[in-house]
Structure formats: C-alpha cells, structure tokens
Design a binder for this molecule. Structure first.
Ligand SMILES: Nc1ncnc2c1ncn2[C@@H]1O[C@H](COP(=O)(O)OP(=O)(O)O)[C@@H](O)[C@H]1O
Ligand SMILES: [Mg+2]
Length: 243
C-alpha cells in the first residue's frame, strides 16, 4: 500500500508537469490565433480540460500524502529527546522520566510526526498507570539484530529477521491484567473514565505502516513495558516521494 502511495504521488507529479506544458502551449497557440478563427474554440477547450485535469491530480496528490505520510531518514534519539522535552511539563509533577539513549543508532526511515505520536501516547499511558507518588518511567533506545532463533513475540504479527532500532517505554505502574490485555489494541477500548481508547490502536497502525512491531511485557502490580521495533535503514531510499 505504501509503495502504491509513493507511485501514485510520483505519477501525479509527472502528470502535473505534462499538463503544465499542455496548458502553456495551448495558451500560446491561442495568442497567435486571430479572433474569430475556427480553431479557437478547440484550443480554448484544450486549456479548460487541462486545467480540470490539473485539479484532479492535485486531489490525488493531497490524498496520497495524507494517506501515506512521507518518510525520511531520521534519528530516533533526536525524536525521543524532542518528544520528552515537549511532554515534560505535563508529566513531571509526580513521575520521574529517565532517558537511556544508546548513542550511534542506525537511522530509521520514518515519518517523524507519527513516531512522535507513538512515543507520546506510550508515555502518557505509562504516566496514567502510575498511582504512587514515586513512580518512574524509563524511555530507552537501542539496536538489535534478529535472526531465526532470537525473534521476539510481538503483537498480532511476525517480525522478519534483520536489523532493528527500538525504543522502549517502561513504567512502574499497575500493570495490565489478562482480560484487559486481550482488548487494549481495540479502537475505543479504555479502562479510564476519561479515556478515548484510541492511543494504542493508533500506535499499532503507525507501527505497521513502518514495517515494525510491538513487544509487550506486563506484570500486574509491578509495571509494563512496550517496545517498538522499527527496521534500521541500511541503504538510501531508492524511491522518494516528491512534494
Ligand atoms: N502502560 C500501561 N499500563 C497499564 N495499562 C495500560 C498501559 N497502557 C495502556 N493500558 C491499558 O490499555 C487501555 C487502552 O489504552 P489507549 O488505547 O491508550 O486508550 P486510553 O489511554 O484512552 O484508555 C487503557 O485504558 C489501559 O487500560
Ligand atoms: Mg492512552
């Protein structure tokens, strides 16, 4: 689906360039035709049709950019640090947030705003799960290579072997019991009175769009950790969407 999105946006772009050329030449031809020339109405119609086609491609372009957010090579540590400083004032009244960033991470090919959303949702859930005043959240990053004998068990999916960059949000909160665990990724499922239940379902969606996976460990009364694995970028992008 993602490749299709890139393809659609790239074709829309090329097509727009062609249409610009058609419109330009038709308009020039119109200037050279004397008033009352038999050919004028046909050339005028050509310009109008090309303008209409340009409108359609603009729609296609904006659709594929929303539906398939553009990805770029990004540094996960940077996004984590930015997100946490953004969340700081909201969180820090009773929860200690510790960062453990592994230096020299591989880049990942990702949409930074979406990854930020994932980190934010996980960290807010972690903060909301902590009741005691001395609760703690640890956010760490790292890298790992999976082969056939060390693949983790992940949510609703199978991970492929390869190099991954990950971040993990661990809290010392209340943990998640079995019946709740079975439903937490459902849209609109929430155990909170003010909850919307859209945090984890959005996370699952975003992680899948990045060919990643979620590992979840929890113990009632002790805490929870969510690990998000994202494929490390090893080679430069072959095919990049044009904006
Ligand atoms: N870190 C966590 N610790 C305990 N429970 C959690 C944690 N993260 C998620 N949950 C459970 O998963 C449910 C769904 O989470 P989410 O989709 O973010 O919706 P919301 O936060 O609006 O309830 C939460 O209501 C809660 O029961
Ligand atoms: Mg939430």
């Amino acid at each position: 689906m993602e490749e299709l999105g890139y393809l659609a946006s790239s074709i829309a772009h090329d097509f727009n360039n062609l249409l610009t050329s058609i419109m330009g030449h038709a308009s020039l031809a119109l200037l050279k035709l004397p008033p009352g020339d038999e050919a004028r109405k046909h050339v005028e119609q050509t310009v109008k049709t090309a303008e209409y086609a340009a409108l359609l491609t603009a729609q296609l372009l904006s659709y594929s950019q929303q539906r398939f957010p553009a990805k770029e090579q990004v540094n996960l540590n940077q996004i984590v640090a930015d997100t946490v400083s953004l969340l700081g004032p909201v969180l820090l009244h009773n929860v200690l947030v510790a960062l453990k960033l592994t230096p020299d991470l591989a880049l990942i090919e990702a949409n930074p705003a979406q990854i930020q959303q994932v980190i934010m949702n996980l960290t807010l859930n972690a903060a909301e799960a902590i009741r005691e005043p001395d609760g703690k959240i640890v956010i760490e990053t790292g890298r790992v290579t999976f082969s056939h004998n060390n693949l983790p068990v992940v949510v609703d999916d199978n991970l492929l072997v390869g190099d991954y960059t990950y971040f993990r949000v661990t809290d010392t909160g209340k943990g998640i019991d079995e019946p709740t665990l079975a439903r937490i990724f459902e849209p609109f499922f929430s155990t909170k009175s003010q909850g919307r239940g859209l945090g984890l379902s959005a996370i699952l969606d975003i992680v899948r769009q990045h060919a990643g996976a979620i590992e979840l460990k929890t113990e009632v009364g002790h805490g929870t950790s969510f690990t998000i694995y994202l494929p490390s970028s090893t080679s430069p992008l072959v095919y990049q969407p044009i904006h």
